[in-house]
Ligand binder design. Sequence first.
Ligand code: KG4
Ligand code: ZN
Length: 361
Amino acid sequence: MAGAEQRILTLQLAVCKGLGHDSRPMLILGIETSCDETGVALYCTERGLVADALHSQVDLHAVYGGVVPEIASRDHIRMLLPLIQRVMDDAGVERPDAIAYTAGPGLVGALMVGGGMANGLGLAWNCPVIPVHHMEGHLLAPMLEDEPPRYPFLALLVSGGHSMLIAVRALGDYRVLGTTLDDAVGEAFDKTAKLLGLGYPGGPALAELAEAGDETAFDLPRPMLNKPNFDFSFSGLKTAVMLEVRKAEAAERLEESRADLAASFQRAAVDTLIAKSIKAARAEGLDRIVVAGGVGANKLLRKEIAERFEGEVYYPRTAFCTDNGAMIAIAGALRLAEAATAEHIRAQARWSLETLTAPAA
Ligand code: KG4
Ligand code: ZN
């Protein structure tokens, strides 16, 4: 099943996480299919992450400049079973003790594929299933690391679809302090990258181009910084870049300005995220910040938030910032108390994080 377009990562970690939900170790299969990555992982409550596999659909969607939902669903159907087989083989196990799957928010067709597979296998293997909230998965991804954060903490959740600041008091106790009023920050990275002629998704490419640029070359706005709330707005910043691109085009100097524009945009976006996060942490009396979601892979953000915040900062390893099966598997492990017999597929395109509660005992 090896193929040129497959990006498969397999790791074996023998870290004792000691979640202690049960007297015997439990093995949870995690399935992520909410958007354009098929992610599968096996997490053991005693040994930690034991296997992980990921297939990215980025190449399939790149020609369209964005995710095409129908293509995403079809590719999840194609890849999911081989990836499950792969992690089971890697871990040398016949069946897990429970199956966690992303039940939303996300593309409903893509979610149905993962939910259908989880429930079907749950019946076949006679093991319970756990529907997981995708954003809770992102938020809990740092728990996969050797030094996981303790509660409470402030979470900066930044992805292609969300920019949120959340006060996390305990598992399932989430209060959204601020969110984006328009474009999510990952979306702003992607759209700005497009303006600069970079491919889709442009976030990582823009960050790379920025390394060669002068971040002080363009004076771009830091949106909403002076507002007393914790909301974000990134469409104005993107428009400011668009106006600079047009000016540079008219002056026939776009090519030489691209890296400077990328660096100035990245600086403005990162400054905004950090300033709001620190302000929110102080207002809530929180001395730990967790940075998660795709944009959490951004090197400048990771470096500077740790330098500028006087408390502790935690993030998942870069590979687990973007969508993956490991974060769903660990979220399932932490919600093992909710595991139930496979009965129906849960797939919710929209699902507020604040509706979650602590796992029922
Ligand atoms: O969490 P994620 O994989 O998917 C969603 O749930 O949205 O996040 C994907 C987003 C994309 O917008 C991508 O451009 C952005 O994360 N991203 C980055 C970087 N790596 C991924 N943005 C800035 N810098 C990066 N290094
Ligand atoms: Zn995501």
